[in-house]
Design a protein around this ligand. Structure first.
Ligand code: PAZ
Length: 348
């Protein structure tokens, strides 16, 4: 497989790639949700994106490329945002993990194993009740209050259109809107005019694919679609040496508030917050032609890094050793404080 270097601007992407079926309905649902919560005094709304995007190789899709992500980060974080009082739009990959039900995924903790039966009556076995009860209560509370809206995507094209749509409907929230972009989004895609209509037939030797680069929509998202929102992006690397330089480069390039860096293998135990020293957005960010992730020359003093590690928590408090503390709880606590400061800054 060879990778091409065509670059779509965000504008040309949305001009040439068709919106997915159901976009209007999904965007309208998100719009109604936001409008409702905008009317509730002091309420904050967070968009959590979660799971990996697919890149179909055929219009009648039999095969696709996928991005790694189980959706754990997004589903877990959504629960902590709900318990911190946020209304949550959970924009997630179809069939990836979801808030609350993630505790009983079919592979790790099949729900049938929780049940016992006696004379035709089914009950949750007593040894599972204590763990299930708070989860069930939080799930019911979110349902009763209507604080969780889940919307699905599958392909990278669906994701990009939905992200644009939801950002538009969240813009009126101003600083009360947070964007927590944890989905693992493909950097490459096959534009419609290069995609095979039907299943690619085998028997002709190797398959070569030339893919185009997905536009970096974070830039218009920050600069145009939601100039006031609190925006958190994630950076996943498999080599630690790239983590901080790439996170700084993203901040310089897009001008948003925070990048959370994580290493593929240690992502459940530690993450690094990379932000500007003054905690602010940078305005007047220049676009870097070519869409490449070339780090501009930046002054290291402009940035600060804060590591969150479960091991540090265990050392300090003795908690976390039993695997009960999740790193997303630490992440969300930090974010709520930063978001509140962002809101208060505008008021002072
Ligand atoms: O979903 P998960 O818990 O398995 O993984 C989470 C993650 C690593 C996909 C997320 O933390 C992340 O880094 N998302 C952005 C990935 C990227 O750089 O595109």
């Amino acid at each position: 497989m060879s990778l091409g270097s065509s670059v779509f601007s965000t504008e040309s992407y949305f001009h040439t790639q068709k919106p997915p079926d159901g976009l209007d309905i999904k965007t309208a649902r998100m719009g109604e949700f936001v409008e409702h919560w905008r009317g509730v005094q002091g309420n904050k709304v967070v968009l959590v994106t979660s799971g990996g995007t697919t890149v179909p190789l055929e219009a009648n899709t039999v095969r696709f490329l996928d991005n790694f992500s189980a959706g754990t980060r997004g589903a877990t974080s959504a629960e902590y945002f709900l318990s911190a009082g946020y209304a949550v739009i959970f924009l997630h990959r179809q069939h990836s993990l979801r808030p609350f039900s993630r505790h009983y995924s079919h592979s790790l903790n099949p729900f049938l194993d929780l049940l016992s039966e006696s004379s035709g009556t089914i009950a949750v076995s007593p040894e599972h009740t204590a763990k299930l009860l708070p989860i069930l209560r939080a799930y019911h509370a979110a349902q009763v209050k209507g604080t969780l809206l889940s919307i699905e995507f599958q392909t990278v094209n669906e994701y990009l259109w939905l992200l644009k749509g939801v950002t538009g409907v969240m813009a009126p929230l101003g600083r009360r809107g947070m964007f927590y972009l944890a989905a693992a989004v493909s950097d490459f895609f096959l534009p419609e005019d290069k995609m095979a209509e039907h299943k690619i037939q085998s028997g002709h030797g190797t398959l070569s694919l030339e893919m185009d680069q997905v536009p970096k929509v974070l830039r218009p998202l920050v600069q145009e679609w939601t100039p006031e929102g609190y925006i958190v992006s994630f950076k996943l690397e498999t080599e630690e040496r790239f983590l901080i330089p790439k996170a700084r480069a993203a901040l310089s390039r897009y001008g948003h508030q925070l990048v959370i860096g994580n290493d593929l293998h240690r992502r459940k135990y530690e993450v690094v917050f990379v932000e500007r020293t003054d905690g602010r957005r940078k305005t007047g960010v220049e676009d870097i032609p070519g869409g490449a992730e070339t780090p501009p020359l930046e002054d290291a003093n402009e940035f600060k890094e804060t590591w969150l590690r479960l091991a540090d928590l265990t050392r300090r408090t003795g908690n976390g050793a039993d695997g009960e503390v999740e790193i997303e709880e630490l992440i969300v606590n930090e974010l709520v404080n930063r978001h509140d400061r962002w809101i208060a800054d505008a008021e002072s």
